[in-house]
Design a protein around this ligand. Structure first.
Ligand code: GLU
Length: 307
């Protein structure tokens, strides 16, 4: 299949859509990112890369980092993790406090904010402190992307912390139910730091490749997790990867994927490839408007989906 031609076609078709939607402005540092930008990259098992648009431009991966922290936590805690975080779609906005209250402080899944904060807390307990935990997360992300230079943007992390009342409230609510083990401020700040990791679509697509191949990077042949763990992570991406629009995303795109409010979406086609797309303007659910559309076009044009 001529992936480059397909990406070029998609690039032309999404142009009229790039200014629709709203850039995430509840994080002031992200509000400055200009609309109208678009990038998409496909990475195959042999490491071959096809890109279109601003694929060298770094963006804040935000909630996509939750896939990496969930992977690490599942690896060290296994089933024990489910005592603290479920794996059901929430059907609620990503930062909702209401559901957490009536479900006794146990977040529905690792991809809503409360779930990801609980995962960061669990990792801090396991790795003993915040600094070590951040180091482990960063090293893991560098390893899976085969890029030792990846880093997070402290300006974005600080901006999130300054305006982090809702996430701090989620953490405190979990603590009131006994589902929190470490210092609330330090844990939430660690969570913001991993959300602030910056990547371009080529780096992000490479970082997701191991999830398309049963937990082993097909290029480096490094095994990061088992096929069974991979199956679970991909299942949660499919059912919970797009906040309360996860069903709609599965319906239109048909791939396990995770979005972030920075406008990125990372998806995998099991056994075939990983795909990253970025366009900063978001739809009303907080998912990239043009990014979602581009992935829908990709699966329609190529016939590649898990269904
Ligand atoms: N750091 C963001 C927050 O906590 C992540 C949101 C997202 O990408 O969904 O609000």
């Amino acid at each position: 299949m001529n992936y480059q031609a397909i990406l070029d076609e998609i690039y032309d078709e999404v142009q009229p859509e790039l200014h629709k939607g709203k850039v995430a402005d509840y994080i002031p540092a992200l509000a400055e990112v200009g609309k109208g930008q678009f990038a998409m990259t496909v990475t195959l098992d042999n490491g071959q890369v096809f890109s279109v648009g601003d694929s060298g431009k770094q963006f804040s991966i935000q909630s996509i980092s939750k896939v990496f922290t969930f992977t690490l936590a599942l690896d060290v805690y296994s089933r024990e993790l489910y005592k603290r975080v479920g794996v059901e779609p929430s059907g609620n906005p990503f930062n909702s406090l209401v559901q957490l209250e009536y479900e006794n402080g146990i977040p529905r899944n690792p991809f809503i904010n409360a779930g990801a904060i609980a995962i960061t807390d669990a990792l801090i307990s396991y790795y003993r402190d915040e600094y070590m935990t951040l180091e482990v997360i960063m090293n893991f992300v560098r390893e899976i992307s085969n890029n030792p230079k990846l880093s997070f943007d402290p300006l974005v992390a600080n901006s999130e912390m300054e305006h982090g009342d809702r996430n701090l409230a989620l953490a405190r609510l979990m603590k009131s139910f006994g589902n929190f083990e470490n210092d609330v401020l330090g844990t939430v700040f660690t969570y913001f730091k991993h959300c602030s990791i910056t990547m371009n679509t080529e780096e992000l697509s490479r970082a997701m490749l191991f999830l398309a191949f049963g937990g082993t990077d097909p290029v480096s042949q490094k095994q990061f997790i088992t096929p069974s763990q991979t199956k679970r992570i991909n299942a949660v991406m499919l059912t919970c990867g797009h906040y309360d629009a996860s069903g709609e995303f599965a319906y239109h795109v048909g791939l396990p994927a995770k979005s972030g409010v920075g406008g990125g979406i990372a998806a995998i086609v099991p056994g075939k490839m990983s795909i990253a797309v970025w366009s900063p303007a978001l739809n009303r659910y907080g998912n990239s408007h043009a990014g979602t559309l581009a992935l829908e076009k990709f699966t329609t044009k190529t016939g590649l989906s898990i269904f």
